[in-house]
Structures are given as structure tokens and as C-alpha cells.
Design a protein around this ligand. Structure first.
Ligand code: SIN
Length: 463
């Protein structure tokens, strides 16, 4: 019997489309095709792979309005953000189209005149990717583009909530001539597809963006076949506002970081740590602007904050807010909801909480929602201690115009991505990824293609 995934609009709860779940046999066949085709794709000239990637990027760009609309329908994010994500997604393809031509090896002086030492790079093989619902285009292309550029074949399983954007991107890849077996999409439930990927001998690398518990189990399950793994996992970003920060910049960038995709990003500020001497001004300006944010269906032109993705996400956010209030936090704005469990839509109005203390759930769990908890510090080392007091290490932000404090914070914060007076640090040319339980490996930049390459060393003797 054919099993279907119902793709729903999180702004209304309506079913947009039904998507067929691939059977175990179909997934096996797809992996086999990807693995077989690897022997051909790896030999396609780097300039040809680069040309194909560029034309894929152009094709996506030509269809960006359509893709953005599909993205908003299935993910709920405001249309402007979806358009922004399409551009962000193509920026990875453009970057790696260039990197395809720069997969340099090297020669090393040997200790004997009769020898030569040569190091070269080669693609790891078939890559299996599992991508999240919060960035259905960009998280796919920042894996697919370096994989294809390196000469790997690629198969992706998008999140059950948002398969349509990814399916469209793969369709466009085929339309411009990237071979069907070089890039494939399959659909299914993560708990079922994950083991099929990790146990398969056809797959040489697993790349995943999503929660830390799922990432840990993918790492464990990849051990038996010793696969390469790249993991972009959960975050719990601190955002520190120092005594001398430019308050208006800090306010705008906090809003940019926190309310992008309704707070459903791994890198968004999750704990705002403010110097006690400037709290009143910072909090006053912040809540004034937040109160003006328009919450609604992402298809409406003026919407700035869309719905959260589903009931599970909503329940987690509400429970963190209630826990904080029960333990004495004060609500400065928000704590309002427009949700209907029967219909299946969930809006959380942007919420700011102050008098938050470190024992509250919100200060040690990732929220994935539009909520700002504010805690205070007096001494910069205290701010660093609060910031680092988490098993996560993805992103951190700080605001200061004092270069000594900024440099000190940079040196002491244990996070892979840091924004200094910047709430939007992501960029295709920069290495994105986390320390500690936030992940393994980096995506973007020159670092982002390395995980798709093996290093081969040749020793030539008898010369
Ligand atoms: C994420 O936080 O899930 C990715 C966000 C980004 O690439 O900016």
C-alpha cells in the first residue's frame, strides 16, 4: 500500500499536498544507483561540474518567486524571508561552483632524491543528507553543492514537514542537466530512513542538520561502516550586550537574530545577557520595537513573524515561558498565542521575559521560538561564565565598541560562529558549524568542501 506524507501549511493547518513515502526497496535502489553512478560522476571534469552548478543556481534564481511561495506554504516563514532563503541557497551553489576548480593537492619534498611524494584529493563517494524543515532550500544546497563540486553523488531526505521545496530544487537540477543519479531525493520518516542510510554500504558519508539527540544516534549508527559524518546540531546562543554597546545596534541585531523564521533557527539568540547599567534603555527600546512586529500568515505582505512549525514545537515554547513565569520571570511583552490544536496552526507572539534566572528551563534548553529571556551581568567574566554554561557551542553574539572587551569575548567564548555587533553572521564563504554538542565539521567556505574529500598520498620510488 502506498504511504503518504501530508504536507501542511503551518499558518492554517490545511493540507497543501500529499507526498509518497519511498519504500525500503526504493530507497535501497536509489542508494545503489547513487553508488554506481559515483564512478562516472567523479570523472566528470571539474570545469563541467562547475558549469552545471552555475546553471542550477541560475535556474533556481529564475524560479525564485515560485520556490519562495512553496517554501512559505510548507514552512510558514514570511515570503520576504523565503525569497531571502532562495538567494542564500544559491549563494552556496555559486561558491562551490568556483571551489570545484580549486581541489588542489600538493607535492612534498622527499628525504631521498629517488622519491617523489604527491598528495591528491578525491571525492568520498555517495553522500546521504538529512535536512531540516527550518531552511528547506539552504540547508540542502550547502550540502549538495560542495558534494557535487567535489565529485560525490548525493541523495537527500528532506524533513517530512517541508519536502516540496527540496523536491523542486532537485527537479530543477535535473532540468539543467545534472544527471538524475548524481542528485536524488527520497521521502520518508526520519526514524525509518536514518538507519537505512547509516547501515548502507553504498553510503560513504552522512551529513545531517537537526537536533543533537538525532545527530548522536546517526553518529553511533555510522560507526559500524566507519562513515564520514558531518553534523550541524542544536544551539543555545548567548547574546551579550556590554556596558559600552551601541544600544540601537544591539536592539536591531537582537531582533534580526531572534525573530528570523519566528526564532526557529539553530543559531538564533536564545539567552540575552545584558550589563546591569544599561538594562533599562536596552529593554525599553527592544520591547518598543518588538511590539510593532506583525505576526501572521507568511503569505501576507506585511508579516514579519510567521507561525511555529507544529504542535510539538508550540508546546515546548509555551512550557518554557510558563516555567519561567512560575519561577518569577516578568513578561514585558508577548505571552500571547493564536493557536488551534484542532485546526493545526500555532502562532506565538514575540515575547520578552526579564528577571530570568539560570535555573529556568529556558536558560538551558534550546527554545526554537520567538522568545527572549533577559538576564543581567555586572562583570564580563560573569557574562562569559553564563554564556559558556551549556553543552552547546554553535553561535554566540556580543555587542561592544570596546576592542579589548570584544577581543577578550572572542577569545573566551566556546562557540563556532560568533557575531560581534552582528546578529546575522551566516555567509556562504564562511565556515558555519558548532563546537561541543552542537556538531562536527563545518559547512560553507573553503572548509565546507573538505568533508567531501579523501586525502590520497602517493609515494613514487626508484627515480
Ligand atoms: C540554522 O540555524 O539552522 C541555520 C541558519 C543559517 O544558516 O543561518
Amino acid at each position: 500500500m502506498t504511504e503518504l506524507i501530508q504536507v501542511k501549511n503551518p499558518a492554517t493547518g490545511e493540507v497543501i499536498q500529499e507526498v509518497k513515502i519511498d519504500t525500503e526497496k526504493e530507497i535501497y535502489e536509489a542508494l545503489k544507483r547513487g553508488n554506481n553512478y559515483f564512478q562516472e560522476w567523479r570523472n566528470v571534469n571539474a570545469y563541467e561540474r562547475s558549469r552545471l552548478l552555475k546553471s542550477w543556481s541560475q535556474k533556481i534564481h529564475d524560479n525564485k518567486e515560485k520556490i519562495a511561495e512553496v517554501m512559505t506554504l510548507e514552512s510558514g516563514k514570511p515570503l520576504q524571508e523565503s525569497l531571502g532563503e532562495v538567494n542564500y541557497a544559491t549563494s552556496y551553489i555559486d561558491w562551490y561552483a568556483e571551489e570545484a576548480k580549486r581541489l588542489y593537492g600538493r607535492t612534498i619534498p622527499a628525504a631521498s632524491e629517488t622519491k617523489r611524494i604527491i598528495v591528491s584529493k578525491q571525492p568520498v563517494g555517495l553522500v546521504a543528507a538529512i535536512t531540516p524543515w527550518n531552511f528547506p532550500a539552504a540547508m540542502m544546497t550547502r550540502k549538495a553543492a560542495p558534494a557535487l563540486a567535489a565529485g560525490c553523488t548525493f541523495i537527500v531526505k528532506p524533513a517530512e514537514e517541508t519536502p516540496l521545496t527540496t523536491m523542486k530544487l532537485v527537479e530543477l537540477a535535473h532540468e539543467i542537466g545534472i544527471p538524475e543519479n548524481a542528485v536524488q531525493v527520497i521521502n520518508g520518516r526520519g526514524s525509518e530512513v536514518g538507519p537505512l542510510f547509516t547501515e548502507s554500504d553504498f553510503v560513504r558519508k552522512i551529513t545531517f542538520t537537526g537536533s543533537t539527540p538525532v545527530g548522536k544516534s546517526l553518529i553511533k549508527n555510522s560507526a559500524d561502516t566507519v562513515k564520514h559524518v558531518s553534523m550541524e546540531l542544536g544551539g543555545h546562543a548567548p547574546l551579550i550586550v556590554a556596558e559600552d554597546a551601541e544600544i540601537d545596534v544591539a536592539v536591531d541585531q537582537t531582533i534580526a537574530s531572534k525573530f528570523r523564521n519566528a526564532g526557529q533557527t539553530c543559531i538564533c539568540a536564545n539567552r540575552v545577557i545584558v550589563h546591569d547599567s544599561i538594562t533599562e534603555e536596552f529593554v525599553g527600546k527592544l520591547t518598543e520595537k518588538i511590539n510593532k512586529l506583525k505576526v501572521g500568515n507568511g503569505l501576507k505582505k506585511d508579516t514579519q513573524v510567521g507561525p511555529v512549525i507544529n504542535e510539538k514545537g508550540y508546546d515546548k515554547i509555551v512550557s518554557q515561558i510558563n516555567d519561567a513565569i512560575d519561577q518569577g520571570a516578568e513578561v514585558l511583552c508577548g505571552n500571547r498565542y493564536d493557536a488551534d490544536k484542532e485546526q493545526g496552526y500555532f502562532f506565538v507572539h514575540p515575547t520578552v521575559l526579564q528577571h530570568v534566572d539560570l535555573d529556568m528551563k529556558i536558560m538551558h534548553e534550546e527554545t526554537f521560538g520567538p522568545v527572549i529571556p533577559i538576564t543581567l551581568f555586572h562583570d564580563i567574566d560573569q557574562a562569559i561564565e553564563i554564556a559558556n554554561n551549556t553543552p552547546f557551542g554553535l553561535a554566540a553574539y556580543f555587542f561592544t565598541d570596546n576592542y579589548k572587551i570584544g577581543t577578550y569575548l572572542h577569545d573566551h567564548l566556546d562557540f563556532g560562529v560568533i557575531g560581534w555587533n552582528d546578529g546575522a553572521p551566516s555567509a556562504a564563504q564562511a565556515p558555519f558549524g558548532g563546537m561541543k554538542e552542537s556538531g562536527l565539521g563545518r559547512e560553507g567556505g573553503v572548509e565546507g568542501i573538505e568533508p567531501y574529500l579523501e586525502t590520497k598520498y602517493l609515494s613514487v620510488g626508484g627515480l
